[in-house]
Design a protein around this ligand. Structure first.
Ligand code: ZN
Length: 276
């Protein structure tokens, strides 16, 4: 039986971070992805490095896609930072990323909840994350951009050390509390079932990639050991995007970007056509 899936498969510009953004967009068009996620960090489209004229050009280049998302800046911009100056700057950058998303025609901005750098002050980090995200989702609501908070977990020193932590953060945002579920992060953090149980109704966006459970390998679906079956019922009703967060590296990748893209698309089709 063929599953009636509404989610649209896309690819992230971060797949080709060593190439210019324009080339990553062209690559995704040529490989017939229907959605695209723009990496709003150096060197692709950091909000501070993307002036209005460039935004117009990128938006035009993105017109072949059905749906667009943006990934917020990561480089040390933690929304949970207990360093007051860094926290303010991180918030400024995320608000700027929300505006960038709007300018590029994106409907979703993916953000990380922030880093936990000292477990003794976890409550404070959590409070700061909720406070910053509250301001970001407010700006998003004004601009028509949904903010999707990504599960990072211990793997990425995330403030969401557990699914319960992420639930606390997401629910603190009321109706604006939405989630980007990263299948690779959930596998390494070993909390996929808990995340689905407590936040399944809040998932609006997916990062779909595979690994073998020990580290973030960013492989195409099917190239690792993740059981994607629990995600299928959510994908069936998700009127959003599933972004293949596969990574190609000039110096390390043994396969061409085209081969990787094909594997990601094949893995996606197999997952959804599987009789259940
Ligand atoms: Zn991700």
């Amino acid at each position: 039986m063929l599953a009636a899936v509404a989610a649209v498969l896309g690819v992230s510009s971060s797949m080709l971070l060593e190439r210019p953004l324009e080339q990553a967009i062209t690559f995704a068009v040529e490989n017939e992805f229907r959605a695209f996620e723009v990496w709003a960090d150096h060197p692709h489209a950091h909000p501070d490095e993307t002036p209005p004229e460039m935004r117009r050009r990128i938006r035009t280049a993105l017109s072949p896609f059905d749906r667009i998302s943006v990934h917020g800046p990561l480089g040390n911009a933690s929304l949970a930072s207990i360093n007051p100056g860094i926290w303010r700057e991180s918030l400024r950058q995320h608000l700027a990323a929300t505006e960038l998303a709007h300018d590029l025609g994106a409907t979703v901005l993916v953000v990380h909840p922030g880093d936990l750098r000292d477990h003794r002050f976890k409550a404070e980090f959590l409070r700061l994350s909720c406070e910053a995200l509250g301001k970001v989702v407010e700006r998003g609501a004004e601009l028509g951009v949904t903010i999707a908070i990504e599960n990072c977990g211990p793997l990425h020193a995330g403030i969401d050390q557990t699914a319960a932590d992420l639930t606390t953060i997401v629910r603190s945002l009321g109706p604006h509390g939405k989630v980007c579920l990263d299948t690779g992060h959930a596998a390494v953090n070993k909390n996929a079932a808990e995340l689905i149980a407590s936040l399944g109704d809040a998932i609006v966006h997916f990062h779909v990639h595979d690994n073998h459970g020990a580290r973030d390998e960013h492989l195409p679906i099917g190239a690792g050991s993740i059981d994607f079956a629990p995600y299928v019922p959510i994908l069936e009703h998700l009127e959003g995007m599933a972004i293949a967060e596969i990574v190609w590296e000039q110096a390390r990748s043994t396969q061409s970007p085209e081969t990787l893209a094909r594997a990601a698309k094949d893995g996606w089709s197999k997952l959804l056509d599987k009789p259940r």
